[in-house]
Design a protein around this ligand. Sequence first.
Ligand code: ZN
Length: 57
Amino acid sequence: MDIEKEKCQICGRPAKNFQFAVFVCDRDECVEQAMRERGGPAGHIKAKREAEERQKK
Ligand SMILES: [Zn+2]
């Protein structure tokens, strides 16, 4: 995968990293926003818990 050819999905600058399933540049704010959009490092676990909570009601 050639990251340099991709663009940061937050600001559109050339991407430096592939994190949280999106391309991001090296700015902290972009990395943080990408993390928020994905629900955090444990986003899939949180989503699963919320789904289980809904089933109880
Ligand atoms: Zn960026």
